[in-house]
Design a protein around this ligand. Structure first.
Ligand code: NDP
Ligand code: 8X3
Length: 252
């Protein structure tokens, strides 16, 4: 039977690449994000390229009421989710803690932690009922280490790391696999968002080195979801060859 994957933050970067990869693997895909035109285009591209069905759900993951209504009202034939990729997230700002903006902090906490929790809370009951499912949370090297000016972003990703471990323990009786992927630098729209649209600052992040690409994370997710039933990959820390840690990079 065709499996279904639910991918948050599919309008760009890692989520978009993962949607393509899972469609290629034959999954029907539920793609989410705030940018409706991008969702519509991705749906049309995936459905024309692969023999799969795509459902678009356009909502802001920070808005609990709309998220609840949208997910609860999905068509019945889309409600059996086999794979949940909790990917939607962002860094907003890169300031020392004494200069950070409250609005940036709120956006990161509401998206990266509360958004992920809410989606998980909506999808997990069906997985428990069917005693089957696989949840992959996208954390970060920022969930393993803390670096200068990373403060709140690092805190949110440490929280996702802890939640992944907690989910894995609590969902153990229900045969639900829970894992995480923690990437180092991946060139996506991430840095443009982090620097509030400042493209020069964003470009500098990747200057002189080859970062990871979204496709590399999609390939990692493919590996995780194609293991035998008895195997769960708990966590994958994946870095560019030119990056040894959150702070040590080699630039030409
Ligand atoms: P992108 O900015 O390219 O993609 C982020 C995605 O998240 C978009 O699809 C965006 O959709 C979605 N999103 C953000 N805010 C919301 C919201 N409020 N409601 C709904 N969707 C939202 O970045 P990446 O692909 O790089 O990021 C994906 C994940 O990977 C994030 O969790 C990030 O923290 C993590 N990560 C990224 C790394 C990197 O270096 N790029 C490294 C490690 C982890 P839309 O704007 O349409 O709503
Ligand atoms: C994104 C990678 O190094 O900017 O999570 O925190 S980093």
């Amino acid at each position: 039977m065709t499996k279904t994957a639910f991918i948050t933050g599919a309008t760009s970067g890692i989520g978009e690449a993962t949607s393509k990869k899972l469609a290629q693997l034959g999954y029907n895909i539920i793609i989410t994000g705030r940018r409706r035109e991008r969702l519509d285009k991705l749906k049309s591209d995936l459905e024309s390229e692969y023999a799969v069905k795509v459902l678009t759900l356009c909502f802001d993951i920070r808005d609990k009421k709309t998220t609840d209504e949208t997910v609860i009202n999905m068509p019945e034939n889309w409600k059996e989710i086999d794979v949940l990729i909790n990917n939607a997230g962002l860094a907003a700002g890169a300031d020392p803690i004494n200069e950070g903006q409250w609005s940036d902090w709120e956006q990161m906490i509401d998206t990266n932690i509360k958004g992920l929790l809410n989606i998980s809370k909506l999808i997990i009951p069906g997985m428990i009922e069917r005693k089957s499912g696989h949840i992959i949370n996208i954390t970060s090297i920022a969930g393993k280490e803390v670096y200068a000016n990373g403060n709140v972003y690092c805190a949110t990703k440490h929280a996702v790391d802890a939640l992944t471990k907690g989910m894995r323990i609590d969902l153990l009786p229900y045969n639900i696999k829970v894992g995480s992927v923690a990437p180092g630098m991946v060139e996506t729209e991430f840095s443009i968002v982090r620097y509030h649209g400042d493209k020069n600052k964003a470009d500098n992040v990747y200057k002189g080195l080859t970062p990871l690409f979204a496709q590399d994370i999609a390939d990692t997710i493919e590996f995780m979801i194609t293991r035998p039933v008895h195997v769960n990959i708990n966590d994958v820390l994946i870095m560019p060859t030119a990056q040894a840690s959150a702070t040590y990079n080699h630039r030409e």
